[in-house]
Design a protein around this ligand. Structure first.
Ligand SMILES: Nc1ncnc2c1ncn2[C@@H]1O[C@H](COP(=O)(O)OP(=O)(O)OP(=O)(O)O)[C@@H](O)[C@H]1O
Length: 223
């Protein structure tokens, strides 16, 4: 379960969002500039909100009033960005193992994740030679193998061409079925949200504009 209360004023946008979620996959849905990435950054520890509190499975990650700001490296959060951000000097295997090794963790589920993401044939490849979809699958695998308690996906399909987008979406669906991992996904594509999420939080101009189960969300989008 994640409890999020974030209040943060930028020059041209004030974010004020509060929710508690315990669905397996929650989508943050809203227009560009609504504050979706800012919320993920606050959960990951990349942004310290001016006010707020973030609690993951009972552990306080951030509490402005209580002066708690857990460092990024020990938050146990896996983050997949819009662009894969792989290490170009490492091959796919080393990229996949990077997060777990950096945290001094044993790597569990390596074979399962490699199989689910169909990365077996790519393990020895240098990452600059990969396609966009392959790169994003490696980024997802790397985040999962760091044994996160929550996976944050920030528009993971946005930079991909149509065919790769369909494939990676299918991989994400498989992962969701096979692994029990809480996920927050940012998207402004309704079909992605319907394919992956259980619940949808609507954001508009830094505020929560609603909250729907995924069936109601799909109907609201004509899907
Ligand atoms: N580092 C920053 N400095 C100043 N303003 C910022 C900063 N980060 C975000 N903002 C403000 O917050 C707004 C929301 O940004 P955010 O990236 O959270 O939106 P988003 O909903 O993820 O948008 P998109 O769908 O385009 O990625 C920005 O338009 C900007 O006004």
């Amino acid at each position: 379960m994640i409890e999020v209360a974030v209040r943060h004023a930028f020059d041209d946008l004030a974010i004020d969002v509060e929710f508690v979620a315990d669905s397996r996959c929650v989508a943050l849905f809203g227009d560009s500039g609504a504050g979706k990435t800012t919320l993920l950054n606050a959960i990951a520890g990349l942004l310290s909100p001016q006010q707020g509190r973030i609690v993951l499975d009972g552990q306080v990650l951030f509490d402005r009033a209580g002066q708690i700001d857990t460092p990024v490296a020990i938050r146990e959060v896996g983050y997949v960005f819009q662009e894969a951000r792989l290490f170009p000097h490492l091959n796919v295997r080393a990229n996949l193992l990077y997060g777990a090794r950096a945290r001094g963790r044993p790597v569990d589920r390596f074979e399962a994740v490699v199989e689910l993401l169909e990365l077996g044939a790519l393990l020895g490849r240098r990452t600059p030679s990969l396609s966009g979809g392959e790169r994003q699958r490696v980024a997802i695998g790397r985040a999962l193998l760091s044994s996160p308690r929550i996976l944050l996906l920030d528009e993971p399909l946005t930079g991909l061409h149509r065919e790769a987008r369909v494939q990676v979406l299918e991989h994400l669906r498989r992962l969701k079925q096979a692994l029990q991992i809480a996920t927050l996904i940012v998207s402004h594509q309704p079909d992605e949200v319907v394919a992956l999420a259980d619940e949808v939080i609507l954001l508009k101009a830094g505020q929560m504009a609603g909250r729907l189960d995924v069936a109601a969300f799909g109907r609201s989008q004509g899907l």
